[in-house]
Design a protein around this ligand. Structure first.
Ligand code: SF4
Length: 226
């Protein structure tokens, strides 16, 4: 298995998809390489593209604040990455072939860091890692068996910046759910380490939830930016 540094070096020269054409920097990921908590967003925004780091704009500031207030953690204690490592032009959504081309990097990051808890931020990461077409509004409110622990879907902080207090409150509840999962024993149904995915039925079947199983019927917020 390569190290994160080796993988980052490989990604820095990657031209597997068209997003290579418009990028300033490849935004590979950052944080503790042995983190128990990994956060996965969508793709770099303008500030992230400029600086080569994930979640360093307004969304990142909100994420940092919520992590500190709900878990007492700074971002350095987590590992943070995105589904796509290069910025989609004009902040558009990443296209399916771009997600597919880039997903091996995320799978290798998951295998190397091997976090106990993964928090997905927005639709794209949750759909990719849970292998489902459901949106985050329906997926959130539960924790799903994933690798050696669980995956907790929540909104992207950009959606919280647009959507206001209700979305922020739901993100807080999801982070509390992640905190409980970090403290809980790993669920017996967890997939073997090294397999970067949830069980195939994880998006629709019974889920492991260390806290509760509240869902929501709130309408999907607008397009999510990562
Ligand atoms: S988005 Fe991913 S697959 Fe596409 S060029 Fe960038 S690193 Fe390579």
């Amino acid at each position: 298995m390569p190290s994160l540094e080796e993988l980052a070096a490989k990604a820095s020269a990657c031209t597997r998809c068209r997003l290579a054409e418009g990028r300033t920097n490849v935004v590979f990921g950052t944080g503790d390489p042995a983190a128990e908590l990994m956060l996965v967003g969508e793709g770099p925004g303008a500030e992230e593209d400029r600086r080569g780091l994930p979640f360093v704009g307004r969304s990142g500031q909100l994420l940092d604040r919520l992590l500190l207030e709900e878990l007492g953690w700074t971002r350095e204690r987590c590992y943070i990455a995105n589904v796509t490592k290069c910025r989609p032009p004009n902040n558009r959504d990443p296209l399916p072939d771009e997600v597919e081309a880039c997903s091996p990097y995320l799978e290798e990051q998951l295998a190397i860091v091997d976090p106990k808890v993964v928090v997905t931020l927005g639709n794209f990461a949750a759909r990719l890692l849970l292998r489902t077409g459901e949106g985050v509004t329906r997926l959130r409110g539960r924790a799903y068996p994933f690798r050696r622990g669980v995956l907790v879907p929540t909104f992207h902080p950009a959606a919280a910046l647009r959507g206001g207090g209700v979305i922020v409150a739901q993100m807080r509840a999801d982070l509390v759910r992640a905190k409980a999962a970090l403290a809980a024993p790993a669920p017996p149904q967890a997939s073997p380490a090294g397999k970067a995915g949830a069980r195939p039925d994880a998006g629709s079947g019974p889920s492991f939830d260390p806290i509760d199983a509240r869902g929501t019927s709130r309408p999907e917020p607008g397009r999510l930016r990562g």
